[in-house]
Design a protein around this ligand. Sequence first.
Ligand SMILES: *Cc1c(COP(=O)(O)O)cnc(C)c1O
Length: 328
Amino acid sequence: MTEQKIGQKLTEPGPVSPKYLWHAGELVEWDQATVHVSMLGWTAISAVFEGIRAYWDPDRQELHIFRLDAHLKRLFQSMKIMRMTSPHSKEELTQALSSLLRANEYQGDVYIQPLAYFAGGIPGYLAVLEQPGVVLMTSRPAPSNLTSSKVAHCNISSWSRISDNVMPPRAKAITNYQNSRYVSTESRINGYDFGIILNQDGKVSEASYACIYIIRDGVAITPLISSGILESITRDSLNRLLEEELKVPVVERELERTELYIADEVFICGTSVEIQGVGSVDRYQVGDGQVGPITARLQSLFNQIVRGGHPGYADWCTPVYQDQKTPV
Ligand SMILES: *Cc1c(COP(=O)(O)O)cnc(C)c1O
């Protein structure tokens, strides 16, 4: 991909805005949701967020939010690291999110982004003892790629991953994404889809906003929580599915760059990328360059589970339309 094409992308018209978002306790029409221009910049530096998906089940005409509980728990943990308290309970946010999705009348897969920030007279750079944040939740249609056979071509980034004593990667913080952005911009300019980031010890941490696995001799290997990764909910889910459903042992350990070159399979995972096979790393072909067999089985199983079609994992799926009694 050329530089020009990256620039052009920014000027393409965006998708149609949803009718509603949720801000500071209420549903607000998209065009009415404004804040003062002076809030730009400093409010972002301690802002934290979540990326959540909801999957449509066409047979039952139902939308399922995937692992909502775990996402809200992590949002509160990210807020805690920022010394931000939540003005809303987990239950309130659960209700609010269901109301938002119903108000936008989705009948397809959706990506949801809650964001919590310090508003008003608290510039993000000032030391604060615990203060309440403001929560914003937006949503947009985002068709799943779980049935696609597309592979990603990755490079090892020349940038290093942030670390726990610098910018804790464990917090899902807006500011951490500058690290991700240096990586993804470098990758795109050089014709790759994703960059893989080494941590300050030179070991593999993650892709710019997705975790990574390799398959070697029937074993799935993924970097440690302490290797500079975000504590990914997809990774947590896949560790369980690999072991319990696919009977593939999972080892969490330090992972070295050249292991990616010789792996049988490599895939990346996260709410946004879901599960995507990696076809090459630094132009070393991985396996036969296609989605590997274990990766393909995992994609298919995951696709079934997230749409509410697997009784063993019903507690991972929060139905949105079933409970119509909650007022919109
Ligand atoms: C959100 C995120 C991931 C993926 O986490 P999930 O919980 O699986 O969505 C990976 N890396 C970074 C930097 C992230 O922000």
